[in-house]
Design a protein around this ligand. Structure first.
Ligand code: PMP
Length: 364
Protein backbone atom coordinates (compact mmCIF):
# COMPACT_ATOMS: atom_id res chain seq x y z
CA UNK A 1 0.00 0.00 0.00
CA UNK A 2 1.18 3.53 -0.66
CA UNK A 3 -0.35 6.96 -0.14
CA UNK A 4 -1.44 8.80 -3.28
CA UNK A 5 -3.05 11.68 -1.34
CA UNK A 6 -2.94 12.64 2.32
CA UNK A 7 -5.68 10.09 3.08
CA UNK A 8 -5.90 7.69 0.16
CA UNK A 9 -3.82 4.51 0.07
CA UNK A 10 -3.60 2.16 -2.89
CA UNK A 11 -2.12 -1.24 -3.51
CA UNK A 12 -1.00 -2.09 -7.03
CA UNK A 13 -1.32 -5.49 -8.60
CA UNK A 14 1.77 -7.68 -8.70
CA UNK A 15 0.31 -9.53 -11.68
CA UNK A 16 -0.28 -7.04 -14.46
CA UNK A 17 -1.54 -8.57 -17.66
CA UNK A 18 -0.87 -5.89 -20.26
CA UNK A 19 -2.21 -5.96 -23.79
CA UNK A 20 0.78 -6.72 -26.08
CA UNK A 21 2.46 -3.68 -27.68
CA UNK A 22 1.43 -4.51 -31.26
CA UNK A 23 -2.23 -4.93 -30.29
CA UNK A 24 -2.13 -1.67 -28.32
CA UNK A 25 -0.67 0.14 -31.34
CA UNK A 26 -3.56 -1.18 -33.46
CA UNK A 27 -6.14 -0.04 -30.91
CA UNK A 28 -4.60 3.42 -30.50
CA UNK A 29 -4.44 3.90 -34.28
CA UNK A 30 -8.22 3.58 -34.43
CA UNK A 31 -9.68 3.66 -30.92
CA UNK A 32 -13.33 4.44 -31.72
CA UNK A 33 -15.22 5.37 -28.57
CA UNK A 34 -15.93 3.33 -25.46
CA UNK A 35 -15.10 -0.12 -26.77
CA UNK A 36 -11.48 -0.76 -25.71
CA UNK A 37 -10.34 -0.57 -22.09
CA UNK A 38 -6.89 -0.08 -20.61
CA UNK A 39 -4.93 -2.74 -18.73
CA UNK A 40 -6.05 -1.74 -15.23
CA UNK A 41 -8.94 -0.50 -13.12
CA UNK A 42 -8.93 1.32 -9.80
CA UNK A 43 -11.29 0.46 -6.96
CA UNK A 44 -12.11 2.01 -3.57
CA UNK A 45 -14.72 0.80 -1.14
CA UNK A 46 -16.74 2.71 1.43
CA UNK A 47 -18.61 1.71 4.56
CA UNK A 48 -19.94 4.01 7.30
CA UNK A 49 -17.42 2.57 9.79
CA UNK A 50 -14.31 2.56 7.69
CA UNK A 51 -14.92 5.39 5.26
CA UNK A 52 -13.02 4.97 1.98
CA UNK A 53 -10.69 1.97 2.15
CA UNK A 54 -9.37 -1.07 0.26
CA UNK A 55 -7.90 1.13 -2.50
CA UNK A 56 -6.36 -0.96 -5.24
CA UNK A 57 -5.29 -1.02 -8.86
CA UNK A 58 -5.90 -4.39 -10.46
CA UNK A 59 -5.92 -5.84 -13.97
CA UNK A 60 -9.06 -4.72 -15.82
CA UNK A 61 -11.77 -7.36 -15.69
CA UNK A 62 -15.39 -8.27 -14.91
CA UNK A 63 -16.93 -7.68 -11.48
CA UNK A 64 -18.76 -10.37 -9.59
CA UNK A 65 -21.95 -8.92 -8.14
CA UNK A 66 -24.56 -10.57 -5.95
CA UNK A 67 -27.95 -10.49 -7.72
CA UNK A 68 -29.28 -8.48 -4.75
CA UNK A 69 -26.67 -5.72 -5.17
CA UNK A 70 -28.63 -2.51 -4.59
CA UNK A 71 -27.50 -0.61 -7.70
CA UNK A 72 -29.04 -3.29 -9.95
CA UNK A 73 -32.45 -2.54 -8.45
CA UNK A 74 -32.55 1.10 -7.40
CA UNK A 75 -29.91 2.68 -9.65
CA UNK A 76 -28.08 4.46 -6.83
CA UNK A 77 -25.14 5.34 -9.08
CA UNK A 78 -23.21 8.38 -10.29
CA UNK A 79 -20.38 8.83 -12.75
CA UNK A 80 -18.02 11.30 -14.37
CA UNK A 81 -16.48 11.67 -17.81
CA UNK A 82 -13.13 13.34 -18.48
CA UNK A 83 -10.04 12.91 -20.63
CA UNK A 84 -6.25 12.62 -20.42
CA UNK A 85 -4.38 14.31 -23.28
CA UNK A 86 -0.84 13.67 -24.45
CA UNK A 87 1.10 16.82 -25.32
CA UNK A 88 3.72 16.90 -28.05
CA UNK A 89 6.55 16.54 -25.50
CA UNK A 90 5.05 13.26 -24.32
CA UNK A 91 3.67 14.61 -21.02
CA UNK A 92 0.13 13.67 -19.97
CA UNK A 93 -2.47 16.13 -18.70
CA UNK A 94 -6.09 16.12 -17.58
CA UNK A 95 -8.48 19.05 -18.04
CA UNK A 96 -9.94 20.61 -14.86
CA UNK A 97 -10.13 17.32 -12.93
CA UNK A 98 -11.12 19.21 -9.76
CA UNK A 99 -14.25 20.39 -11.59
CA UNK A 100 -15.23 16.77 -12.28
CA UNK A 101 -14.45 15.88 -8.66
CA UNK A 102 -16.63 18.75 -7.43
CA UNK A 103 -19.47 17.74 -9.74
CA UNK A 104 -19.23 14.19 -8.38
CA UNK A 105 -19.50 15.61 -4.86
CA UNK A 106 -22.70 17.43 -5.94
CA UNK A 107 -24.04 14.27 -7.61
CA UNK A 108 -23.34 12.22 -4.48
CA UNK A 109 -25.34 14.77 -2.47
CA UNK A 110 -28.38 14.22 -4.72
CA UNK A 111 -28.06 10.42 -4.83
CA UNK A 112 -27.37 9.98 -1.08
CA UNK A 113 -23.93 8.53 -1.80
CA UNK A 114 -20.81 9.22 0.32
CA UNK A 115 -18.54 12.12 -0.59
CA UNK A 116 -15.20 11.26 -2.14
CA UNK A 117 -12.97 14.26 -1.32
CA UNK A 118 -11.79 16.24 -4.35
CA UNK A 119 -8.13 15.57 -3.55
CA UNK A 120 -8.75 11.80 -3.42
CA UNK A 121 -10.74 11.79 -6.65
CA UNK A 122 -7.93 13.59 -8.48
CA UNK A 123 -5.28 11.34 -6.91
CA UNK A 124 -7.22 8.21 -7.87
CA UNK A 125 -7.59 9.32 -11.49
CA UNK A 126 -3.90 10.28 -11.64
CA UNK A 127 -2.90 6.89 -10.23
CA UNK A 128 -4.78 4.95 -12.90
CA UNK A 129 -3.55 7.21 -15.72
CA UNK A 130 0.03 6.85 -14.44
CA UNK A 131 -0.33 3.08 -14.29
CA UNK A 132 -1.77 2.92 -17.83
CA UNK A 133 0.17 5.83 -19.33
CA UNK A 134 0.97 3.84 -22.47
CA UNK A 135 -2.78 3.89 -23.22
CA UNK A 136 -2.82 7.67 -23.68
CA UNK A 137 -2.72 8.11 -27.47
CA UNK A 138 -0.69 10.82 -29.15
CA UNK A 139 -2.60 13.93 -30.11
CA UNK A 140 -3.01 13.25 -33.83
CA UNK A 141 -6.69 13.26 -34.79
CA UNK A 142 -7.51 14.71 -31.36
CA UNK A 143 -7.27 11.37 -29.63
CA UNK A 144 -7.26 11.05 -25.86
CA UNK A 145 -7.74 8.57 -23.04
CA UNK A 146 -11.35 8.87 -21.85
CA UNK A 147 -11.65 8.39 -18.10
CA UNK A 148 -14.75 7.10 -16.41
CA UNK A 149 -14.84 7.45 -12.61
CA UNK A 150 -18.07 6.02 -11.14
CA UNK A 151 -19.61 5.19 -7.79
CA UNK A 152 -22.37 2.71 -7.05
CA UNK A 153 -24.41 1.07 -4.29
CA UNK A 154 -22.62 -2.25 -3.87
CA UNK A 155 -24.45 -3.40 -0.74
CA UNK A 156 -26.30 -6.69 -0.99
CA UNK A 157 -29.69 -5.59 0.32
CA UNK A 158 -33.14 -5.21 -1.21
CA UNK A 159 -34.46 -2.56 1.17
CA UNK A 160 -34.91 0.92 -0.26
CA UNK A 161 -32.42 3.15 1.60
CA UNK A 162 -28.97 4.61 0.92
CA UNK A 163 -26.46 1.76 0.61
CA UNK A 164 -24.07 1.02 3.49
CA UNK A 165 -21.49 -0.39 1.13
CA UNK A 166 -20.43 1.72 -1.82
CA UNK A 167 -17.78 1.16 -4.49
CA UNK A 168 -15.89 3.81 -6.46
CA UNK A 169 -14.01 2.81 -9.57
CA UNK A 170 -12.05 4.40 -12.40
CA UNK A 171 -11.71 2.79 -15.81
CA UNK A 172 -10.08 4.20 -18.95
CA UNK A 173 -10.83 3.86 -22.64
CA UNK A 174 -8.84 5.34 -25.54
CA UNK A 175 -10.98 7.66 -27.65
CA UNK A 176 -10.99 9.04 -31.17
CA UNK A 177 -13.65 11.40 -32.55
CA UNK A 178 -17.03 10.89 -30.84
CA UNK A 179 -19.06 11.63 -33.95
CA UNK A 180 -17.75 9.80 -36.99
CA UNK A 181 -18.44 12.84 -39.18
CA UNK A 182 -15.80 14.93 -37.35
CA UNK A 183 -16.69 18.62 -37.52
CA UNK A 184 -19.71 17.91 -39.69
CA UNK A 185 -22.85 19.46 -38.16
CA UNK A 186 -25.10 17.07 -36.26
CA UNK A 187 -28.85 17.01 -36.80
CA UNK A 188 -31.07 17.20 -33.75
CA UNK A 189 -34.50 15.79 -32.98
CA UNK A 190 -36.77 17.77 -30.69
CA UNK A 191 -38.66 15.44 -28.41
CA UNK A 192 -42.00 16.89 -27.36
CA UNK A 193 -43.10 13.75 -25.56
CA UNK A 194 -40.22 12.99 -23.20
CA UNK A 195 -38.46 15.20 -20.68
CA UNK A 196 -35.20 14.64 -18.88
CA UNK A 197 -35.51 16.49 -15.59
CA UNK A 198 -38.11 18.15 -13.45
CA UNK A 199 -37.95 20.58 -10.53
CA UNK A 200 -36.45 18.75 -7.56
CA UNK A 201 -35.39 15.87 -9.81
CA UNK A 202 -31.95 14.60 -10.73
CA UNK A 203 -31.27 16.60 -13.90
CA UNK A 204 -28.24 18.37 -12.45
CA UNK A 205 -26.67 15.10 -11.24
CA UNK A 206 -24.60 12.82 -13.43
CA UNK A 207 -26.46 9.63 -12.65
CA UNK A 208 -27.27 6.61 -14.80
CA UNK A 209 -31.04 7.03 -14.45
CA UNK A 210 -30.97 10.26 -16.45
CA UNK A 211 -29.36 8.41 -19.33
CA UNK A 212 -31.73 5.43 -19.04
CA UNK A 213 -34.65 7.84 -19.33
CA UNK A 214 -33.13 9.54 -22.38
CA UNK A 215 -32.74 6.36 -24.44
CA UNK A 216 -36.26 6.10 -25.80
CA UNK A 217 -36.08 9.72 -26.96
CA UNK A 218 -32.68 9.04 -28.50
CA UNK A 219 -34.21 6.04 -30.25
CA UNK A 220 -36.91 8.31 -31.65
CA UNK A 221 -34.17 10.69 -32.86
CA UNK A 222 -32.36 7.86 -34.64
CA UNK A 223 -35.61 6.72 -36.29
CA UNK A 224 -36.04 10.28 -37.56
CA UNK A 225 -32.54 10.20 -39.06
CA UNK A 226 -31.12 12.53 -36.39
CA UNK A 227 -27.90 12.21 -34.38
CA UNK A 228 -29.01 13.52 -30.98
CA UNK A 229 -32.12 14.49 -29.07
CA UNK A 230 -33.00 17.93 -27.64
CA UNK A 231 -34.86 18.08 -24.34
CA UNK A 232 -37.16 20.92 -23.25
CA UNK A 233 -38.01 21.86 -19.67
CA UNK A 234 -40.55 19.58 -18.00
CA UNK A 235 -42.75 22.30 -16.46
CA UNK A 236 -43.76 24.24 -19.57
CA UNK A 237 -42.26 22.29 -22.46
CA UNK A 238 -41.04 25.64 -23.72
CA UNK A 239 -37.40 26.20 -22.85
CA UNK A 240 -34.36 24.47 -24.32
CA UNK A 241 -32.44 22.44 -21.76
CA UNK A 242 -29.75 20.27 -23.35
CA UNK A 243 -29.01 17.23 -25.50
CA UNK A 244 -28.83 13.66 -24.24
CA UNK A 245 -25.13 14.10 -23.51
CA UNK A 246 -24.16 17.71 -24.33
CA UNK A 247 -24.94 21.32 -23.44
CA UNK A 248 -25.95 23.94 -26.00
CA UNK A 249 -24.84 27.37 -27.21
CA UNK A 250 -26.60 29.86 -29.50
CA UNK A 251 -24.61 32.56 -31.29
CA UNK A 252 -26.64 35.69 -32.05
CA UNK A 253 -26.14 38.09 -34.94
CA UNK A 254 -25.25 40.91 -32.52
CA UNK A 255 -22.37 38.81 -31.15
CA UNK A 256 -24.01 37.64 -27.92
CA UNK A 257 -23.68 33.95 -27.12
CA UNK A 258 -26.45 32.37 -25.08
CA UNK A 259 -26.38 29.10 -23.15
CA UNK A 260 -29.41 27.80 -21.24
CA UNK A 261 -29.22 28.54 -17.50
CA UNK A 262 -28.58 25.66 -15.13
CA UNK A 263 -30.77 24.14 -12.45
CA UNK A 264 -32.29 21.17 -14.21
CA UNK A 265 -29.49 20.61 -16.73
CA UNK A 266 -26.18 18.88 -16.24
CA UNK A 267 -23.66 21.65 -15.75
CA UNK A 268 -20.93 20.66 -18.19
CA UNK A 269 -17.28 21.36 -17.51
CA UNK A 270 -16.98 22.21 -21.22
CA UNK A 271 -19.99 24.55 -20.94
CA UNK A 272 -18.54 26.49 -18.02
CA UNK A 273 -15.09 26.59 -19.65
CA UNK A 274 -16.62 28.09 -22.81
CA UNK A 275 -18.32 30.81 -20.74
CA UNK A 276 -14.86 31.96 -19.63
CA UNK A 277 -13.06 31.25 -22.88
CA UNK A 278 -15.63 32.99 -25.12
CA UNK A 279 -15.51 35.97 -22.77
CA UNK A 280 -11.76 36.16 -23.22
CA UNK A 281 -12.19 35.89 -26.98
CA UNK A 282 -14.32 39.03 -26.79
CA UNK A 283 -17.82 37.55 -26.90
CA UNK A 284 -20.65 38.49 -24.57
CA UNK A 285 -21.90 35.32 -22.92
CA UNK A 286 -25.33 35.10 -21.32
CA UNK A 287 -26.72 32.28 -19.22
CA UNK A 288 -30.48 32.51 -19.50
CA UNK A 289 -33.62 30.71 -20.55
CA UNK A 290 -33.97 30.38 -24.29
CA UNK A 291 -37.26 29.14 -25.71
CA UNK A 292 -37.67 26.68 -28.52
CA UNK A 293 -39.54 29.40 -30.46
CA UNK A 294 -36.60 31.77 -30.09
CA UNK A 295 -34.41 29.03 -31.58
CA UNK A 296 -36.74 28.16 -34.46
CA UNK A 297 -37.57 31.77 -35.31
CA UNK A 298 -34.00 32.93 -34.73
CA UNK A 299 -32.36 30.61 -37.22
CA UNK A 300 -35.13 31.45 -39.70
CA UNK A 301 -34.73 35.23 -39.36
CA UNK A 302 -30.94 35.22 -39.12
CA UNK A 303 -31.03 36.50 -35.52
CA UNK A 304 -29.29 33.26 -34.47
CA UNK A 305 -26.29 32.66 -36.72
CA UNK A 306 -24.75 29.53 -35.21
CA UNK A 307 -25.80 26.77 -32.85
CA UNK A 308 -23.32 24.41 -31.28
CA UNK A 309 -23.25 21.65 -28.67
CA UNK A 310 -20.44 20.95 -26.25
CA UNK A 311 -19.21 18.23 -23.93
CA UNK A 312 -16.10 16.29 -22.98
CA UNK A 313 -16.60 13.54 -25.55
CA UNK A 314 -17.28 15.66 -28.64
CA UNK A 315 -15.67 18.95 -27.41
CA UNK A 316 -17.58 21.47 -29.57
CA UNK A 317 -19.86 20.21 -32.33
CA UNK A 318 -21.77 22.37 -34.81
CA UNK A 319 -25.53 21.85 -35.00
CA UNK A 320 -27.12 21.55 -38.42
CA UNK A 321 -30.88 21.19 -38.75
CA UNK A 322 -33.32 20.89 -35.85
CA UNK A 323 -36.22 18.59 -36.73
CA UNK A 324 -39.52 18.12 -34.96
CA UNK A 325 -42.82 16.44 -35.65
CA UNK A 326 -43.99 18.39 -38.69
CA UNK A 327 -41.05 20.65 -39.43
CA UNK A 328 -37.38 21.44 -39.66
CA UNK A 329 -35.08 24.45 -39.56
CA UNK A 330 -32.93 25.11 -42.63
CA UNK A 331 -29.99 22.73 -42.86
CA UNK A 332 -26.53 24.04 -42.08
CA UNK A 333 -23.68 22.17 -43.70
CA UNK A 334 -20.63 23.85 -42.20
CA UNK A 335 -19.40 24.92 -38.78
CA UNK A 336 -19.70 28.70 -38.34
CA UNK A 337 -16.78 30.98 -37.45
CA UNK A 338 -17.57 31.33 -33.73
CA UNK A 339 -18.04 27.56 -33.37
CA UNK A 340 -14.67 27.00 -35.03
CA UNK A 341 -12.94 29.69 -33.00
CA UNK A 342 -14.22 28.40 -29.64
CA UNK A 343 -13.49 24.80 -30.54
CA UNK A 344 -9.94 25.57 -31.68
CA UNK A 345 -9.16 27.68 -28.62
CA UNK A 346 -10.33 24.91 -26.30
CA UNK A 347 -8.58 22.08 -28.12
CA UNK A 348 -5.35 24.12 -28.28
CA UNK A 349 -5.36 24.47 -24.48
CA UNK A 350 -6.18 20.79 -23.97
CA UNK A 351 -3.34 19.62 -26.23
CA UNK A 352 -0.86 22.15 -24.89
CA UNK A 353 -0.65 24.17 -28.10
CA UNK A 354 -1.79 27.42 -26.50
CA UNK A 355 -0.96 29.09 -23.20
CA UNK A 356 -3.09 27.72 -20.40
CA UNK A 357 -3.94 31.19 -19.10
CA UNK A 358 -6.83 29.86 -16.99
CA UNK A 359 -4.69 27.22 -15.26
CA UNK A 360 -7.07 24.49 -16.39
CA UNK A 361 -4.56 21.78 -17.21
CA UNK A 362 -3.39 19.34 -14.54
CA UNK A 363 -0.16 17.43 -15.11
CA UNK A 364 -0.51 13.74 -14.27
N1 PMP B 1 -25.12 17.21 -20.50
C1 PMP B 1 -25.18 15.88 -20.33
C2 PMP B 1 -26.51 15.27 -20.10
C3 PMP B 1 -24.01 15.11 -20.35
O1 PMP B 1 -24.06 13.79 -20.18
C4 PMP B 1 -22.77 15.75 -20.56
C5 PMP B 1 -21.50 14.94 -20.61
N2 PMP B 1 -20.94 14.80 -19.32
C6 PMP B 1 -22.75 17.14 -20.73
C7 PMP B 1 -23.95 17.84 -20.68
C8 PMP B 1 -21.46 17.88 -20.93
O2 PMP B 1 -20.70 17.87 -19.76
P1 PMP B 1 -19.11 17.95 -19.80
O3 PMP B 1 -18.78 19.17 -20.56
O4 PMP B 1 -18.69 18.01 -18.39
O5 PMP B 1 -18.65 16.72 -20.49
Amino acid sequence: MHFVSSTLQLSTTQNPNPVPDERLAEILANPGFGTHFSDHMLTLEWTPDQGWHAGRIEPYGPLTLDPATAVLHYAQEIFEGMKAYRHDDGSIWTFRPEANAERMVRSSGRLALPVLPVEDFVAAVDALVTQDARWVPDSTGEKSLYLRPFMFASEKFLGVRPAQHVTFMVIASPAGAYFKGGLKPVTLWLTEEYTRAGRGGMGAAKTGGNYASSLVAQQEATEQGCDQVVFLDAAEGKYVEELGGMNMYFVHADGRIVTPATGTILEGITRSSIIELAGKLGHDVEERKLSIDEWRDGVGSGEITEVFACGTAAVVTPVGALKWDGGTTPDVTEAGPVTRQVRQALVDIQYGRADDTFGWMHRV
